[in-house]
Design a protein around this ligand. Sequence first.
Ligand SMILES: CC(C)(COP(=O)(O)OP(=O)(O)OC[C@H]1O[C@@H](n2cnc3c(N)ncnc32)[C@H](O)[C@@H]1OP(=O)(O)O)[C@@H](O)C(=O)NCCC(=O)NCCS
Length: 246
Amino acid sequence: MEDGSPVTTVLNYISIQAKHSYMYFTERHSTENAKEILKAAEMSVVSALPFLKPIHMRAPISPGRQRRHTLPASEFRSLNTEDAISVFEIEREAFISVSGECPLHLDEVRHFLTLCPELSLGWFEQGRLVAFIIGSLWDQDRLTNDALTLHKPHGTTVHIHVLAVHRTFRQQGKGSILLWRYLQYLRCLPYVRRAVLMCEDFLVPFYQKSGFKGQGPSEITVGPLTFIEMYYPVRGHAFMRRNSGC
Ligand SMILES: CC(C)(COP(=O)(O)OP(=O)(O)OC[C@H]1O[C@@H](n2cnc3c(N)ncnc32)[C@H](O)[C@@H]1OP(=O)(O)O)[C@@H](O)C(=O)NCCC(=O)NCCS
């Protein structure tokens, strides 16, 4: 083999070393003995071949395979502004197609994901957003119109602006699970005392199942839509906070 490749060079080197050993041994031992040693040296070269195989001799890998990453089946993480379009796609289907309105328009999604991304949570399946929550801080007992657009960094109340699940993933427990994880996470934030949200009448039982309590009608209306305000006492779970590994 004289193709000049690194593997050929290594094999030639080993072969030359083996022949030198053969000559050395034939000077001192019987020819038979030396032949056995040469054979053993050649066999060790052959057995070393798979490990010496250089990269350019391996079976070619298609560019697609080379770059493939395995996306996690399920991932929970805070959202960032790059997720804004996916968030808004879910909102568009969940709200705008139903009532013509939605809790957060695209610029507001970007606004909150810039100011307080740590108060958002996304659920991704194979890298695709399937459910999300966006929150910000608020500093009053009840929600007012200002709460729809402002983030009050010194507030101790998390205002949950929106929880939505992609249409094809609804009624599978995902909304409840995501909300539960979010509330667990809030317990680990020492400055958070409670979470509040407003929802339409028909969703009150859904939030009650997650531990929210009604506070009566909200002063906020959107067109013909009216809402019930609900709260969740994050701080009231001090015992759980101590025992939740925060
Ligand atoms: C509301 C929403 C977040 C619930 O998420 P989900 O993953 O579908 O809900 P889960 O599977 O965890 O829980 C199902 C329960 O939610 C409640 N629920 C969900 N959608 C409901 C609806 N349209 N009307 C009444 N109850 C509803 C029911 O109590 C249901 O329990 P049931 O199946 O025993 O009746 C989801 O349906 C959604 O994104 N809807 C559109 C957006 C929206 O309305 N968001 C809330 C804004 S406040």
